[in-house]
Design a protein around this ligand. Structure first.
Ligand SMILES: [Zn+2]
Length: 167
């Protein structure tokens, strides 16, 4: 049975992890490879696809997990990724569709957003990867408790123990 993901309220999300919906009522039609077309409402971050209607509508508007494949595509088409905070920018640039389980935390001023699912021991950790505070994705294996080769981020030890204590 699939583990149910955590639903967070907008108050619980740190502003560095929140997605900012574009402020227009535009409905964008997004077609997939099978020729199906879905309607994305950019202001409400909603979509008419099954993925969005089954799982993603449960998340609050600020939660990046609300972004299905089509919403993410609509962001790209509208050039709306650049206006996002660095962590969200990295998530939208990296993912076709955002993974459904999320943990996040702040290490002082360092935002950490962690995504995973039940299919893989590898988590995606979006956080600072160098001393210039550049944000990137690092792989962490929660079964083996180790970072992917050459992918340990800034404060990798602290993030690893946060993960191990949280799951
Ligand atoms: Zn969709």
């Amino acid at each position: 049975m699939r583990k149910k993901y955590a639903i967070l309220s907008e108050d619980e999300l740190h502003e560095d992890i929140k997605i900012i919906p574009p402020n227009d009522d535009k409905i964008i039609e997004i077609a997939d490879r099978d020729g199906n077309t879905y309607s994305v409402n950019m202001k409400e971050l909603s979509c008419t696809c099954e993925d969005w209607e089954t799982d993603r509508h449960n998340f609050c508007i600020g939660d990046p997990r609300r972004c299905c494949f089509h919403i993410k595509k609509a962001f790209r088409r509208n050039n709306a990724i650049e206006e996002q905070k660095p962590v969200i920018k990295a998530i939208l640039n990296e993912y076709h569709t955002v993974r459904l389980n999320m943990l996040f935390g702040m290490l002082g001023s360092q935002p950490v957003a962690i995504f995973y699912d039940d299919e893989s021991p590898w988590m995606d950790v979006f956080t600072e990867i160098d001393q210039n505070k550049q944000i990137g994705r690092s792989g962490f294996n929660y079964k083996e408790k180790r970072w992917a080769y050459n992918e340990e981020p800034v404060n990798g030890d602290k993030i690893a123990s946060f993960i191990v204590n949280s799951i």
